[in-house]
Every structure is written in structure tokens, then in C-alpha cells.
Design a protein around this ligand. Structure first.
Ligand code: SAH
Length: 217
């Protein structure tokens, strides 16, 4: 069992650990500090909520490793007025972090169970600038776009064209790009006047971005 004091220490070490690993953006660190990660993991994992690990959640999916959440968020360069789209709600943790930095977040999940559970968490926190949509993230949510920033949190084997279209001019998309059965790389795409500018970053492992809404649940 962990006491509240233990958890507070855990949270301080959590932020220090992110800084040690090179996360330098003060707004990103503040957002990571603000989101109670213990509310986004399974009950049995609460004691490990601030360890730097990915963890299993419902529907065979995972909540990403905090370092990767912070790293991708930093690469996304979110500004306070931004409208952000996230693909792959999962636990809702990444969307919650983005919601502390942006004006609004639309997040898409193919499992209804995960979407509903994330919605409940945001409501409990009183955070009302996050809209959760059940659907196929590969198609994006064109009716709410264009978006200043798009983050994909499941591995894409190719650049999802519909998402590029929903990116505002000058907009930035960050995604894990590569094969489903091995490591992917974090890629940043900037929608410049002459086309997409691509930058490659660290190697990661994400669950696959799958087409269509999930059949079960
Ligand atoms: N961002 C999440 C981690 C998500 S894991 C978090 O912070 O917890 C990736 C999620 O993407 C899974 O929940 C999976 O169901 C979802 N996913 C995969 N393909 C999808 C698609 N085409 N559309 C929407 N969600 C998708």
C-alpha cells in the first residue's frame, strides 16, 4: 500500500526523472505534473503509476510510458490557442496532458469501452476542453478540423493521408511510424507551403493503428 505522502514523492521524482532524461520544456513538465496519472491506470497498478513504464489497460491496449508521452508532447510544440487532434485515446492520459497545453483536444478511440472510461475521467477532473469520439482515427474528424496539431499514439505503417489533410497550414503532426511487428520511429511532419517537412526522432514501440471501429465493445 502506498500512502498519499509516498505518492507525492513519487510525483516529484517523476518530474525530476523526466528532466534528467532531457525533457526541458517548462509548460510540458507543468502539464505532466498536473495530470494525476494514477487515475488513468488500472486500480491494481496505482502504486506504479509514476514509474516510467508503459502499462496494460482494458481492451488489450496500453497506456504509454511517461517519458514517451512527454517526449512526443514536447516535439508537438503545442501553444495555448491550439486545437489539437489525438488518435488513440486509450486511457485518456495523453489527451489529458495535451488538454493542459491547448485550447481544445479532440481524441478518437476505436474501442467504445476505452472512450467511455476516458470521458468519465475527464468529467471527474472537471476538464471540459476534451471531446472523445468513437471511430476510426485513420479518417480523422474532418468536421471539427482543421487542427493546429495532431498526435497519433498508435503505430502507423504509412502516413495517414486524411490526417495530413486535416492539418492547418503550418500545422504539425507527431506520430510513431513503422512496421507493426517491430520498432517504429517518432516522426514529426510540418505542413509547409511546399509540402510536408519530415524529421525523424527516437525509436519506440506502440500498439498498431488498426483500420475501422473495433467490433467488440
Ligand atoms: N494515448 C493513449 C495510448 C493509446 S494506445 C494513452 O495515453 O493511454 C493506442 C490506442 O489507439 C489504443 O487504445 C487503440 O485501441 C487505439 N487505436 C488503434 N487504432 C485506432 C484507430 N484507427 N482509430 C482510433 N483509435 C485507434
Amino acid at each position: 500500500m502506498t500512502t498519499l505522502a509516498d505518492r507525492r514523492i513519487g510525483r516529484m521524482e517523476f518530474i525530476l526523472g523526466l528532466r534528467r532524461r532531457g525533457i526541458a520544456d517548462a509548460a510540458v513538465l507543468r502539464a505532466m505534473e498536473e495530470v494525476p496519472r494514477e487515475q488513468f491506470v488500472r486500480d491494481e497498478d496505482v502504486a506504479l503509476a509514476y514509474a516510467d513504464h508503459a502499462m496494460p489497460i482494458a481492451c488489450g491496449q496500453t497506456i504509454s510510458q511517461p517519458y514517451v508521452v512527454a517526449y512526443m508532447t514536447e516535439r508537438l510544440a503545442v501553444e495555448p490557442g491550439h486545437r489539437v487532434l489525438e488518435i488513440g485515446t486509450g486511457s485518456g492520459y495523453q489527451a489529458a496532458v495535451l488538454s493542459r497545453l491547448a485550447a481544445s483536444v479532440v481524441t478518437v478511440e476505436r474501442y467504445r469501452t476505452l472512450a467511455e472510461s476516458a470521458r468519465e475521467k475527464f468529467a471527474a477532473l472537471g476538464w471540459d476542453n476534451i471531446a472523445v469520439v468513437v471511430g476510426d482515427g485513420l479518417a480523422g474528424v474532418p468536421e471539427r478540423g482543421p487542427y493546429d496539431r495532431i498526435m497519433v499514439t498508435a503505430a502507423a505503417e504509412t502516413i495517414p493521408r486524411a490526417l495530413v489533410e486535416q492539418l492547418a497550414p503550418g500545422g504539425i503532426m507527431v506520430l510513431p511510424l513503422g512496421p507493426h511487428d517491430s520498432a517504429q520511429i517518432i516522426v514529426r511532419l510540418t505542413k509547409a507551403p511546399n509540402g510536408l517537412v519530415r524529421e525523424n526522432f527516437i525509436a519506440v514501440r506502440f500498439v498498431p493503428l488498426l483500420p475501422g471501429k473495433a467490433r467488440e465493445l
